[in-house]
Design a protein around this ligand. Sequence first.
Ligand code: ASP
Length: 346
Amino acid sequence: MKFATALVVTATLAAAAQAAEPRDNVASREKNMKTNKFALAIHGGAGTMDRSKMTPEREREYRAGLERALKAGYDLLKSGGTSLDATEAAVRVMEDDPNFNAGRGAVFNNAGRNEMDAAIMDGKTSNAGAVTNLWHVKNPISLARLVMEKSKHVFLAGEGAEEFAKQNGVELTRDQKYFYTESRWQALQRMKANEEGGGGGNKYIISDEDRHGTVGAVALDVHGDLAASTSTGGTTNKKAGRIGDSPVIGAGTYASNASCAVSATGDGEFFIRATVARDVAALMEYRGVKLLEAAQAALDKAKKLGGEGGLVAVDRAGNLALPFNTSGMYRGHVDSGGEFVVEIYK
Ligand code: ASP
């Protein structure tokens, strides 16, 4: 296995891979079984990323975090594990990493609390689990999985979701300091001050890093099954109770063996209205559009409404797409070839 710095734009890679894709779904499935092909793509949020503000040390931390997440998923996929397990494992690593806006590093809402959302979807069965407005769950993605597997519901919120967590032995932290990161707290103060100052934006420059971020993973396993996982703290200074696209099935998260698995990141309100993740799948399912083209079209639709961001997606032939319409997206991918690629900027 080797870590490589990508020299080519990921989209170009994906396009090249797609040119070789067998048209027939059955043929690609058989190919997967024979070759033991698997693929994994992750993201750690998209937005305006100013290289001049990124110190070499920060950049190393982000890259190392992404590599750790990729490695967790890769190890499972390589030993025949499922795409569900791999995406959950990759997301858990990023939830535990204070640099990413999910789990431990979640941003603060306008009440000064960390309020988290997550969703997971199994492409094989179309089962899904989602949780929102969590305050004490260290790994929201694993609670989403439990909702999928141990309840008859898809979506649980707030106190009910945390009660369900307790009943199922999920670790809840009573110490809110676990979720405290100084930089996220300062970001909330800057945004509040900006609001008070009329939001003119001249005095306080609000960077995208201050505002949002999300983590996600999509995978194809050697059994030919797809899965998607997404987890987030949402947006800094969001109203208490606000829910973004990440836990909404079909908006920020979607997976179906009939088409692809998608995890999105971006301006949640617009991604919900544009049903971004489901649009990628629907274009493939109903129109036979290829993965990258479908992903691009779904992002374009959100952008027309006013929302920017990106997504990671994989189809059953193992093609990957990691498009975004911001200046950067923390992202990475690896497949059965074992070459790890981690990128931040365009
Ligand atoms: N989509 C997330 C939300 O709106 C934020 C992000 O991905 O940047 O909650």
